[in-house]
Design a protein around this ligand. Structure first.
Ligand SMILES: [Zn+2]
Length: 262
């Protein structure tokens, strides 16, 4: 199997730089893996139309959407796109809950077993290796957050509700006023006031966002900035694979909550 990735690990998955060469890659693909839930709606549909590949067209066997079967959070009851909301199908940043990664892995193993029946047993045994490792790690990760239940964290973009729910955190203050809308001075002033009230000690910083905003809010509040990512190799120390990335995230966040970083 030959895998080509269109988005870089440090790139904003909502706004991937769509190069013309992607159309050629999509034209030759036997399968396309999407996050789904409209995560890629801003850049992928025109490339897919240009690729004219029936193997990965909507509903084809090779059209694999990772969000399928995942219980989505924050599905809006009323939608107003004029307010810039790019989470129209619910929050698409579900992979940082290991329980969701398990669902996605199962889905991928099933989908590839259909596409490539001769290798079905290999997909199943790789799935078992992955889920066994994940099942061993999850309670260990949850235990690390035991003394930080209910802790508040600020993020730039609302991409952490699944992580927050799984590990008992409250990641509900955002530097962006709305998903996809850049921060304004008035909004940041409000966030800073709330962070002081709630004694928020940690700000998440994603690799594709400007560091200055997070840094200046940290300076005004005494919080520390933690480099986070939802993709392996998106932040230094998260390289290797999903489990290594989660290990990095858990350790970096716990360390910051414990006040062990400067
Ligand atoms: Zn988002």
């Amino acid at each position: 199997m030959d895998i080509t990735t269109l988005a870089r690990p440090g790139e904003d998955p909502h706004f991937v730089d769509a190069k013309p060469s992607f159309i050629v890659k999509l034209n030759k693909a036997d399968a396309l893996l999407e996050g789904g839930a409209e995560l890629e709606i801003g850049w992928l549909p025109p490339l897919l139309a240009g690729a004219r590949n029936s193997k990965i067209a909507s509903g084809a066997l090779g059209d694999i959407r990772c969000s399928e079967g995942v219980q989505m959070l924050e599905v809006p009851t009323a939608l107003d796109r004029s307010r810039g909301d790019i989470h129209a199908a619910g929050n698409p940043h579900f992979l940082v809950d290991p329980a969701n990664a398990r669902i996605v892995a199962q889905h991928l193993a099933d989908a590839f077993a259909k596409l490539d029946a001769a290798q079905a047993a290999t997909y199943q045994s790789n799935l078992k290796k992955f889920t066994d490792a994940l099942d061993a790690k999850l309670p260990e990760w949850q235990k690390k957050f035991e003394s930080f239940q209910g802790a508040h964290i600020t993020a730039y973009h609302n991409s952490w509700p699944y992580f927050a729910k799984r590990f008992g955190l409250q990641i509900d203050l955002f530097l962006e006023p709305k998903p996809g809308i850049p921060p304004s001075p008035a909004h940041l002033a409000e966030v800073i006031t709330k962070m002081k009230e709630q004694k928020v000690k940690v700000i998440f910083h994603d690799p594709y966002l400007d560091h200055q905003t997070a840094g200046s809010v940290a300076g005004s509040t005494g919080a520390v900035v933690v480099e986070v990512t939802q993709f392996p190799a998106g932040a230094k120390g998260s390289e290797g694979g999903y489990i290594q990335m989660m290990e990095y995230l858990v350790n970096a966040v716990v360390k910051a909550l414990a006040g062990q970083t400067k």
